[in-house]
Design a protein around this ligand. Structure first.
Ligand SMILES: Cc1cc2nc3c(=O)[nH]c(=O)nc-3n(C[C@H](O)[C@H](O)[C@H](O)COP(=O)(O)OP(=O)(O)OC[C@H]3O[C@@H](n4cnc5c(N)ncnc54)[C@H](O)[C@@H]3O)c2cc1C
Length: 568
């Protein structure tokens, strides 16, 4: 990917066929699809790519067992449509980025024989709806087999479990990889660029977007023939920029996850808790050496700040503990994430958990704005395909097939499941580092290791007890447009998910490398570090995690710990 400065120059200089607003899963999918169909595209995001909902999901490529249950119970065709479409799309996500996704078995523990019957039938239906997109048939596991695969499960009254398969993926990296693939195909992505207004021609059609560069505060204009609004939770805000006073279409539902030590449930399989007290499902999924558990559902407003609260931690632990032989306590929680589901609504007053996760394409004939709203991560590609079909129609261009159905993403070429062993053999890295690099970058791991070999001060790990290398920070700044500490620690390398405390300790190292890559002064490096450390420390406080969050003097001493930017 080009540098951010170069992207700014290129974007302000030309007129594009399409400007995609929003670099989450949906917008990045739209940008890639249209670029591969031969259009010229600018993709802008107000924050980092994957900086909103797309990095906060449960990271499951699925049709949704609960949604299928609701589709059948409520005879809801919209819900059924989402399930069938997503079941077919999960296969494409798995194939197009095998380094970022994998098939996983989910065990649904049963404590009564009646439940075995009910869930067995339900999951057979899930298999049946999957049709030729089935990953593997669901099947019953005895109590002994269930406990062998999930040894920390509660034994009493357990009669067995039903196992079924879905996909699991790295949401933040999948999103960044969509953007990298788009850029490699010739597209122009730009993060930290917020659309703040539109310009219209004499007939009221959008002709340009006014954009604020959030790094420098400067404003510039992007000219395009078609504007696609793929801003997820912010869809209504952008629709209102084009048509002030337009009726809102989205409702937002907050969902959180917590991360726990893997030892809490040491298993290669995930667990589905089929019914919480508020009639939802909860997942406990092995994730990058941790256990990711969630989620919750609470309606919120677009401006509400997203963080994990103490009550939410207790809610998740309360339900998880009913399934474990040894209860987990809040002091074992290592980190968390909160996100907002963008759900499409027609003024429907139903509880958000009852709203279908379907998407909707709105083409505003008065302004020409195309808004793609709602949907799921799993259906992002299909949503993009529909959107770009509509874009081609609007441009009067011949309609072409979407090239993204079978298009490997960056890092997928030459990738095989044992690719990490090649790194161990040929690049002399530890098993742990090789696994980590292959899982985050695919075959682009070799470029990271190339940096580590040439610039020896970047060859060591960021923190001694974690596999992430300093070279990865430089790679993310040079090739993935990372410009903040959080861009690196959360979305690109995953340390912020692994542990908030580790992220705090890693911050000065990451800041020092970013300073060198991006030309920050010593003062801005210390101030960026302090701001990041304070933010993560606040997350620790709000989630009520023990031991005590860092004190002011500890924060000061960590933030002052940046090494000399010119020190190599
Ligand atoms: C808790 C939770 C769990 C979930 N689990 C799953 C799951 O397991 N599987 C699944 O398939 N789906 C799941 N989902 C749903 C899925 O995450 C979302 O459907 C998807 O990520 C939405 O992507 P998006 O690109 O539409 O929105 P976002 O990722 O929010 O992207 C929108 C982008 O638009 C940008 N933007 C906003 N305003 C502007 C502007 N004015 N100018 C420029 N850019 C702007 C934002 O900065 C943002 O990056 C889950 C969602 C949540 C919240």
């Amino acid at each position: 990917m080009k540098s951010r400065n170069q992207a700014l120059i290129n974007i302000a200089r030309q007129k594009f066929d399409v400007c995609v607003i929003g670099g989450g899963a949906t917008g990045s999918g739209c940008a890639l699809d249209s670029q591969l169909r031969g259009l010229t595209i600018a993709l802008v995001d107000a924050g980092d790519f994957a900086g909103a909902t797309s990095s906060t999901s449960t990271k499951i490529e699925h049709g949704g067992v609960r949604y299928l249950e609701e589709a059948v119970k409520d005879l809801d065709p919209a819900q059924y449509h989402v399930v069938t479409r997503a079941l077919h799309e999960r296969i494409r996500m798995l194939k197009n980025a095998p380094h970022l996704s994998r098939t996983m078995e989910f065990l649904l523990p049963c404590f009564r024989w009646a439940d075995v019957g009910y869930y067995d039938v339900g999951l057979k239906m899930y298999d049946w709806v999957s049709g030729n997109a089935s990953l593997s048939p669901s099947h019953f596991l005895s109590k002994e087999e269930t406990l062998r695969r999930m040894p920390t499960l509660r034994r009493s009254h357990l009669v067995g479990s039903i196992a079924y398969a879905d996909g699991q993926f790295d949401g933040a990296r999948y999103n960044i990889t969509l953007v990298v693939t788009f850029a490699e195909a010739g597209g122009e992505p730009l993060n930290y660029a917020r659309v703040i207004a539109f310009e219209k021609d004499s007939s009221g059609q959008l002709k340009a977007a006014e954009v604020e560069d959030r790094v420098t505060g400067k404003r510039f204009v992007i000219q395009a023939t078609v504007f696609v609004n793929a801003t997820g939770p912010f869809s209504d805000t952008v629709r209102a920029l084009a048509t002030p006073g337009i009726a809102p279409r989205t409702r937002l539902s907050k969902g959180i996850h917590i991360l726990l030590p893997f030892e809490v449930m040491p298993s290669a399989d995930a667990m589905l808790i089929p019914k919480t007290e508020d009639g939802r499902v909860l997942f406990a999924v092995p994730w990058m050496g941790r256990l990711l558990v969630g989620t919750t559902e609470q309606e919120i407003n677009v401006h509400d700040e997203l963080y994990v609260t103490k009550d939410e931690v207790e809610y998740v632990l309360h339900h998880l503990n009913q399934y474990l032989k040894r209860p987990v306590t809040a002091d074992q929680v290592v980190s968390g994430i909160a996100g907002a589901r963008p759900l499409v609504s027609n003024g429907d007053s139903r509880d958000t958990k009852k709203l279908a996760r379907d998407d909707e394409l709105e083409i505003d004939s008065k302004t020409g704005l195309i808004s793609i709203m709602g949907g799921k991560w799993t259906t992002h590609r299909a949503m993009a395909e529909d959107t770009i079909n509509a874009v081609q129609e609007r441009l009067g261009a011949p309609k072409t097939q979407s090239p993204t159905r079978n298009r490997p993403l960056a890092g997928a070429d030459r990738y095989t499941p044992d690719y990490w062993q090649k790194l161990v053999r040929e690049q002399s890295v530890s098993d742990e580092t090789a696994h980590h690099l292959a899982g985050k970058f695919g075959t682009a791991a070799e470029q990271v290791l190339d940096i580590a070999r040439r610039e020896t001060d970047l060859s060591s790990p960021i923190l001694n007890d974690l596999p992430q290398l300093r070279a990865e920070v430089a790679f993310c700044a040079r090739h993935e447009m990372a410009v903040t500490i959080e861009d690196v620690l959360f979305r690109r390398l995953g340390i912020q998910l692994y542990s908030w405390r580790s992220a705090i300790h890693a911050a000065p190292v990451v800041a020092s490398i970013l300073a060198r890559e991006l030309g920050w002064s010593g003062e801005s490096t210390r101030s960026a570090t302090r701001q990041y450390v304070e933010k993560i420390n606040r997350y620790l406080q709000l989630a009520g995690l023990a031991p005590e969050p860092f004190s002011d003097s500890e924060i000061s001493s960590i933030s002052a710990n940046v090494f000399n930017a010119k020190g190599r």
